[in-house]
Ligand binder design. Structure first.
Ligand SMILES: Cc1cc2nc3c(=O)[nH]c(=O)nc-3n(C[C@H](O)[C@H](O)[C@H](O)COP(=O)(O)O)c2cc1C
Length: 182
């Protein structure tokens, strides 16, 4: 069974990225993947200063351990000033190819304005740098405040279909890269 971890790049308690991650993880779980949601606001992480060791912040090792043990990742970020959030960038900077190389990654971004690919493209560049394999399917959710119902489910059925295709691709490619039958 493949293991997929979702990491959200927003610290907002009502984060739309968290809602999107929950939906995405439900979809990959329905395809037989083991899933886990990693909330960055539950971890105490320092700003990356270029060191490998952060003895005062054991959660850095926890983050690295969990990601290293996964086969695939879903990263979700708000668009902040035309890019990914600093919170997610910093979490990625605290890791390296040691944890991220060879992971299959799906990308999600929510925005206050119309959907675009700015944060998605920037995440894709970062992940190329650490030798992750990013699937071509990706999801941008514009006007995120009106995308989810009270129950956290997506209101737009076409967007919901995109999540299905996204989940299928992520699980299929993760299995392929692990040498399992897709
Ligand atoms: C600092 C900051 C910068 C933002 N920049 C943009 C932006 O460039 N484009 C945009 O469409 N929305 C922008 N927004 C709105 C967020 O992308 C949007 O509310 C997003 O859905 C928040 O995700 P979250 O609910 O997971 O925190 C910005 C919000 C903040 C707080």
């Amino acid at each position: 069974m493949v293991k997929i971890i979702g990491i959200g790049g927003s610290l907002k308690p009502t984060s739309s990225n968290r809602k999107a991650l929950v939906v995405a993880l439900e979809r990959v779980a329905a395809l037989g993947a083991e899933t886990r949601l990693l909330d960055l606001h539950t971890l105490s992480l320092p700003f990356c200063n270029g060191d490998r060791d952060y003895p005062d912040y054991p959660d850095v090792e926890q983050l690295r351990y969990l990601v290293a043990g996964a086969d695939g990742l879903i990263l979700a970020s708000p668009e902040y000033h035309g890019s990914l959030s600093g919170v997610l960038k910093n979490a990625l900077d605290l890791m390296s190819t040691q944890e991220l190389e060879g992971k299959v990654v799906g990308l999600v971004s929510t925005l206050g304005g119309p959907a675009n690919s700015n944060a998605l493209n920037d995440m894709r560049i970062i992940l190329r740098w650490v030798h992750s394999w990013v699937i071509p399917e990706q999801i941008a959710i514009g006007q995120s405040w009106q995308a989810f119902g009270e129950d956290g489910q997506l209101l737009d059925p076409r967007l919901s279909e995109r999540f299905d295709k996204f989940a299928q691709s992520l699980v299929t490619h993760t299995r392929k890269l692990r040498g399992e039958s897709p």
